[in-house]
Write a protein that binds this ligand. Structure first.
Ligand code: NAI
Ligand code: MG
Length: 492
């Protein structure tokens, strides 16, 4: 088994408690790596290093252009090591090699894009309403950023946070998920090679209460950027509120994939499948509610089943596999439990609904691709995030009915509309309560495209030009160019 070390102040170090825990491979069910079990002392060391790098030393002295150059170099190193990093992610989280190779080849773009953006952050001069003053604004780094990441796409979701944070001049302490820490620890080594000064990027691995909590509460952390469950997100926000810290939260969803009778049916079937069975449904943007117009419902479900039945489960390293295992044992139990809940609520299983036990599933934590029809929007299976390969099909009559169902959940991360009517596409995109609306496509993301949640799906936005603002704070500088204070006892 490979034993990993923490990454603090540019060095690989053992955890101060001298404890490690095992990480499993979801396809074999076997432990393959030992991950450092950090605690409050390691968090403090990492935050102190990040704070020192922020306030003194070479990082604080760099121009924004020089920071950008480092980011771009890092992007090149990720591209060089993409295959190795992808293989680590597959081993640790069970996602398909084909998907992870795609992700790792795309991640460098975040560092190239935000590297280019670093020196385009400009303040403004203000046409003040007061004579005899000159005023301008500066956008300064918000401080030490705590990045807390989930297990479903460790390096991609981390890059969404780290690239803009570093472009803004912040320093970072990462706490990856305890289920998938290995790739983040390998990734951390590239920062040195790229030439980042020590302390700019630190990783403390371990569990939520032992590492996450002290990180969130550390007085030198200014901003917490979190992706994960809304339960943990709320908890972190409560603590952040008490300590008056900035937060950004990406908290998952229950996204509707809405198919109208005038849609291109083949495209919509593929969209529905990629929305829920790609990545074994373990994505925040999973299209877990498929809304189908009454008039085409039966024909559409029939075609959907014909394609979904061909989905091949198996070894995620095999390029022919289409559906891999569930990433964690608790998640495996949770998905199976939701299948039971849906059955007991009266939904009809038309595909799957069981553990995956075929020979090609090995000892992996597989759940068969599962489709329920006859789902009503008030059922738990239609309201709660499953985060697995479980699709709920819901009928609707017309646009108003579709909107009522689509918006009738507490989440609002993403939504898709399948139609050949441009007017309908525009009407729907205006009224859907979601941070992303796709028309005639699904599961598309880009470093350029703002991403985040409405309602309970989160706070703040990642990606795109504005995301760098999440890591900046504005200072206004006033200069007296000749104003005379007539009376020191009244406001100027
Ligand atoms: P989680 O939200 O508990 O974990 C996310 C991260 O938060 C991990 O790094 C975890 O160690 C950390 N964490 C846990 N407790 C913490 C605390 N008190 N303070 C600071 N950090 C803490 O998610 P979990 O348990 O892995 O998955 C549970 C459910 O969350 C899934 O079934 C799924 O529904 C949802 N989820 C949503 C994701 C998304 O992309 N929005 C990603 C992963 C899970
Ligand atoms: Mg693992």
């Amino acid at each position: 088994m490979r034993r990993y070390q923490l990454r603090i102040d540019g060095k690989s170090v053992p955890p101060q408690g001298e404890a490690w825990f095992e990480s499993q491979n979801p396809y074999t069910g076997e432990s393959w790596a030992e991950i450092p079990r950090g605690d409050t002392r390691d968090v403090d060391a990492a935050v102190q290093a990040a704070h020192a790098a922020l306030t003194s030393g070479p990082w604080a002295e760099l121009t924004a252009t020089q920071r950008g150059a480092l980011l771009r170099r890092l992007g090149d190193l990720i591209a060089r090591d993409a295959a190795k990093l992808a293989a680590t992610e597959v081993r640790d989280n069970g996602k398909l090699l084909a998907e992870m190779q795609g992700q790792l080849n795309y991640i460098p773009q975040w560092f190239h894009y935000y590297g280019g953006l670093a020196d385009k952050v400009q303040g403004s001069t203000l046409p003040l309403d007061k004579k005899g003053y000159f005023a301008f604004t500066r956008h300064e780094p918000v401080g030490v950023v705590a990045a807390i990441t989930p297990w479903n796409s460790p390096l991609m979701l981390l890059s969404w946070k780290v690239a803009p944070a570093l472009a803004a001049g912040c320093t970072v302490v990462v706490k990856p998920s305890e289920f998938t820490s290995a790739s983040t620890l390998e990734f951390a080594e590239l920062f040195d090679e790229a030439g980042f000064p020590p302390g700019v990027f630190n990783v403390v691995t371990g569990f939520g209460p032992e590492v996450g909590t002290p990180l969130v509460e550390h007085p030198l952390v200014s901003k917490i950027s979190f992706t994960g469950s809304d339960t943990t997100g709320r908890l972190i926000n409560e603590k952040a509120g008490r300590h008056l810290k900035h937060t950004a939260m990406e908290l998952g969803g229950k996204s509707p994939n809405i198919v109208f009778e005038d849609a291109d049916i083949e495209q919509a079937v593929f969209g529905a499948i990629s929305g829920i069975f790609a990545a074994t449904g373990q994505t925040c943007i999973a299209g877990s509610r498929l809304l189908v117009q009454d008039s085409i419902h039966d024909a559409f479900v029939e075609r959907l089943l014909a394609v979904a039945r061909t989905a091949r489960m198996g070894d995620p390293m095999d390029p022919h596999t289409q559906v891999g295992p569930v990433t964690t044992p608790p998640q495996y139990r949770k998905v199976l439990e939701y299948i039971d809940i849906a059955r007991s609520e009266g939904a009809t299983v038309v595909l799957g609904g069981e553990k995956g036990t075929a020979p090609e599933c090995g000892k992996g934590w597989f759940v068969q691709p599962t489709i329920f029809t006859g789902v009503r929007n008030d059922m738990r299976i239609a309201q709660e995030e499953v985060f697995g390969p479980v699709l709920s099909v819901i009928r609707f009559k017309d646009e108003d009915d579709a909107l009522r169902v689509a918006n009738g959940v507490r989440f609002g991360l993403a939504a898709a509309v399948w139609t050949s009517d441009i007017g309908r596409a525009i009407r729907m995109s205006e009224k859907l309560q979601a941070g992303t609306v796709w028309v005639n496509t699904y599961r598309a993301v880009s470093f350029m495209a703002p991403f985040g949640g409405y309602k309970d799906s989160g706070l703040g936005r990642e990606n795109g030009i504005d995301a760098i603002r999440e890591y900046l704070q504005t200072k206004c500088v006033w200069i007296n160019s000749g104003a005379v204070a007539a009376n020191p006892f009244v406001m100027r």
